[in-house]
Structure formats: C-alpha cells, structure tokens
Design a protein around this ligand. Structure first.
Ligand SMILES: Cc1cc2nc3c(=O)[nH]c(=O)nc-3n(C[C@H](O)[C@H](O)[C@H](O)COP(=O)(O)OP(=O)(O)OC[C@H]3O[C@@H](n4cnc5c(N)ncnc54)[C@H](O)[C@@H]3O)c2cc1C
Length: 469
C-alpha cells in the first residue's frame, strides 16, 4: 500500500493509485515556477493557464500532490477569510460590500470550475451551522459575534440566528442553545479536489514534477536535489511548510490541526443527528472545532492542535491516544450516541499562521515573486481566491480581485509580512494562548464551576485571544 494513503482518510479513499509523477531531473526554463502542489499552487497554475495558455508553467512538489494540508483538511470550502473583519474595517461601506461579495462568491466559483473541468469532489453547498452547544456561554459568544458581523454591514442573508427549534430541524445536538447559519460554505472531499486540480492543470499543459523537494530558491531560480528551474516568476506555495524554505518561515508559523473520522455510521444514527445535506458544523468553544458528515456517512471532526518549538513539523501524521480522546470527547458531548463509535482514521497537518493572523496576497514585481498564504485554518476557499488573484497580479491585470486590502503590490516578502518573534517567545506565546483556551473550555464544560471561576477563565481566554488580532 502506498505510504501516502496514511496521510488522511481522504487520501486513503482515493480510487486512483498513488504513484508519484516523475521528479525534476536536470535544468529547465519556464515563465512561472511554482513550489508546492497544494490548492494554492494548483489554483495559481490553473488561472494562469486559463488566461494565458502560452505560458510555460512548472510545479515542483516535494512529495505528491495532496500531501500537504490540501489533502488533509476538514473539507469546509468557505466564502470568507480569516481576519476579514480587521482587514475590511477601515473601508467605506460600498467597498466592504464589494469585498464581501467577492468572498461569498468563492464556493460558487469553485463549483463552476468543478463543473467545467469534470472534477467530482463531493461538493455540497449547504452552509455552516455554528452551534452554541455544551455550555450557555457559547450562546453569549455567538450572539456577540453575530452583532459584530451586522456592524460590518453583513445581513441576515449572510448570517442569521437560528432558534433551537430551527437548529433541530437540521442538526440535533445534546444541549443546543441556538446557532448562527451562513449559506456561504460548501463541504468537499479535500483529496479529490486537490488531485482533480493536479490532473486538470497537467491536461492544460502545466508540467508537474513530484518527489522534487526544493532545497534552495531565490528570484528567478528554484533548485531541487536533481534539477533546477530558471523562471521569470517564482511562486512559493508551501504554506504550513514555510519553515523549510527561508526566509518564508520567519513570517508563517506551522500550526497543527488534528482530525478524526469515524467508520460509516448507520442510517438510523444519522436520522437522530441530521446533517442530511452535507452541512458543515462546529461548536463555539475556542478549541476551533469543525465537522462534516461525509458523502459515505462518516463523521469527520477536527479541533485545533499545537505548535512545536522551533516550528518543528510533525513527522507522524497519526494522532496520539490523548489527541484522539480529546476529539472523541468533544464530539461525544455533542452527540452522546457517538461516544463509543469506532474511529477508523486520525491524522493531522500543518497550516500556515501569519503574524498578523490574516492572509496575504503579495506581488513583488521587482523580484518577480508572488505569494498567497497565511490562511490559518481557513484556506480551502481562500486558496482559490489566492490563485485567482496571483494569476492576475503576475499577468499585470487589475480588477476587483487585485484591489483588496489583503493584496500588496510591489512589496517584498520582508516588507509585506510581519515577522514572528524569535524563539522561545513564539513557542511560549502561542502555547500560552492555546492553554488559556483549553483551560476555559474545561472550566465552562463543568456545570459545577463557580460563576467567578467561569468568568475568570473566559476573561483570560478573551484577553489572550486579543493577541491573535
Ligand atoms: C487538519 C487540517 C484541517 C483543515 N481544515 C480546513 C477546513 O476545513 N477549511 C479550510 O478552509 N481550511 C482548512 N485547513 C487549511 C487548509 O487545508 C489550507 O489552508 C490549504 O490546504 C493550504 O493549501 P496550500 O496549497 O497553500 O498548502 P498545502 O496544501 O500544504 O500545500 C503545500 C505543498 O507544498 C509542498 N512542499 C512543502 N515544502 C516543499 C518544498 N521544499 N519543495 C517542494 N514542495 C514543498 C508540500 O508537500 C505540499 O504538497 C485545514 C488544515 C489542516 C492541516
């Protein structure tokens, strides 16, 4: 069995053989060389080829397409960006509305490409149910978030409160307090999307080399163990692996997210839970939980992971017993009927967290380097926007895509991106924040916690979360 099947449930489920494409051997020239065959690299190649079929585009991938977060994620294809509230806050209302429209259109744009290119990735657009569950503070928190969304100019058509009864029609959890529903999200099978995109760009004439780890890059040049590509434009698209290619690692921290998948569950179990249309769902703790009912009736459920000292990447994709137990505990709180169901797969991956806690799309025209990333845990949709935007920037075009506040024209990576503090500050800071979240969840989930203890735990977590803004 191919080792890449162990990467995630999604990679394991692919019907195609997971055999790497040929590596890059020798020297070649191209117009654009892209490092990394995840969504960002592939979407960039796709939109470049659509607009300029004559371009010679080369992608070099260290492992195989889908090895990174794009073959591991929770499958929420969202029409938004991490930190968009902060990015858009200073814009006049009309410009903000234009940006919101652009973001909300992401799932539909992806659906159009899937249709056009014949990619089947179990796409179902039924929105997200952000539930208030497990303890009453989640309702207060979600209602506050909804007020903030409306203050930004978003409307009930984008985010609306659902009563417990309304929620129950779609999703039945043990202790519901209501939910926010947004229609701007689809769920997908992540690996089918990334592998389908890889096949599509190859068909369009992009050269994709696998098992070709880049050891050195600079403007105009990318070097692997056995070869090199000289190109006008270089697009590093390695997101959660940025620490491996200086200077990117100074700006993007590899943060983990960890997931489990149950065995396919019987129809009677799902009749009790709901989620008939493939809705994404979460509960509103700061553990950043996310779930979906897959097309083959499994529950896939994830939660935030940690950060390792020095940005060390996690070598082992499978989870420890403790990590599995935490996720089982969290989904078991929502669905007691699932407390003892078999978990067939558990895996994790690295996502890229920028120091400003929001994504960036940068075009350094002087050095001809273009970069999109820093999506945090919200990169499935954002990477489509990133690919579309980078294609326009590289081709020198301007449009609604290129005049967004996350786009930086003519700044180098160093100028455009904030630098993370040196170790041990990064490790101490990040883990102190996460510890405060875990502690808050523990205190609030215990109904016997005294009110003062609850507000101290929440106050501390709220304060710590402020550092992420
Ligand atoms: C467990 C998990 C769950 C997530 N869930 C969601 C979700 O539900 N919704 C959402 O919106 N986002 C989610 N995300 C985030 C999302 O998956 C990512 O933001 C997105 O996939 C990033 O795509 P990418 O192409 O930029 O990076 P990646 O998919 O990581 O691709 C980078 C590629 O670069 C390659 N590479 C690395 N180093 C080198 C090198 N030196 N040379 C050549 N190639 C190299 C890697 O092998 C990899 O294939 C999740 C992430 C994780 C880890």
């Amino acid at each position: 069995m191919s080792a890449w099947r162990n990467v995630s449930l999604w990679m394991d489920q692919l019907e195609e053989p997971l055999i790497p494409r040929a590596p890059l051997v020798g020297a070649m020239e191209a117009d654009v060389v892209i490092i990394g065959a995840g969504y960002t690299g592939l979407w960039t190649a796709y939109y470049l080829k659509r607009q300029a079929p004559e371009l010679r585009i080369v992608i070099v991938e260290a492992e195989i397409s889908g090895f990174g977060a794009s073959g591991r994620n929770g499958g929420w294809l969202m029409g938004n960006l991490l930190g968009e509230d902060r990015l858009l806050a200073s814009l006049p209302l009309a410009a903000r509305q234009e940006s919101h429209q652009l973001l909300h259109g992401i799932p539909d744009e992806v659906a159009t490409v899937l249709q056009r290119e014949g990619i089947d990735c179990d796409y179902r657009k039924a929105g997200i149910l952000y539930t208030a569950a497990r303890y009453p503070e989640q309702e207060t928190s979600l209602r506050g978030q909804l007020r903030a969304l409306y203050e930004q100019g978003l409307t009930e058509a984008d985010y609306r409160w659902m009563s417990v009864n309304e929620l129950n029609e779609q999703l039945r959890i043990a202790t519901p307090y209501g939910a926010i529903h947004t229609p701007h999200c689809a769920t997908i099978h992540p690996a089918k999307l990334v592998r389908g995109l890889a096949r599509t760009v190859e068909r369009m004439g992009v050269q994709l080399f696998e098992k070709s780890r880049v050891r050195h890059w600079q403007p105009g040049l990318v070097r692997t163990e056995q070869g090199e590509v000289r190109a006008n434009w270089v697009v590093p698209a390695i997101e959660g692996y940025s620490v491996t290619l200086p200077p990117l690692g100074n700006h993007l921290l590899p943060v983990q997210s960890l997931i489990v998948a149950t065995a396919p569950l019987p129809a009677a179990t799902w009749a009790e839970i709901g989620l008939e249309r493939g809705q994404a769902f979460s509960e509103a703790s700061r553990q950043v939980t996310y779930g979906q009912r897959t097309k083959d009736d499994r529950l896939v459920f994830g939660a935030r992971g940690g950060y390792k000292f020095g940005g060390k990447l996690r070598a082992d994709a499978s989870l420890s017993d403790e990590e599995v137990a935490l996720r089982r505990y969290l989904f078991g709180e929502l669905f007691p009927i699932l407390k003892n169901v078999p978990i067939t797969h558990s895996w994790g991956g690295n996502l890229g967290m920028s120091r400003s806690f929001h994504p960036h799309m940068i075009c350094d025209r002087k050095n001809q380097v273009a970069l999109s990333g820093g999506y945090g845990g919200e990169g499935v949709g954002a990477s489509n926007l990133g690919g579309r935007t980078l294609a326009q920037l590289i081709l020198g075009e301007t449009s609604v895509l290129t005049r967004q506040p996350w786009v930086q024209l003519d700044s180098s990576i160093r100028q455009g991106l904030r630098t993370w503090e040196p170790e041990p500050c990064r490790w101490l800071g990040y883990n102190a924040i996460i510890k405060s979240f875990v502690n808050e969840d523990k205190v609030l989930a215990d109904p016997s916690s005294a009110p003062w203890k609850r507000s101290v735990a929440s106050g501390l977590a709220q304060f710590m979360e402020g550092f992420m803004k």
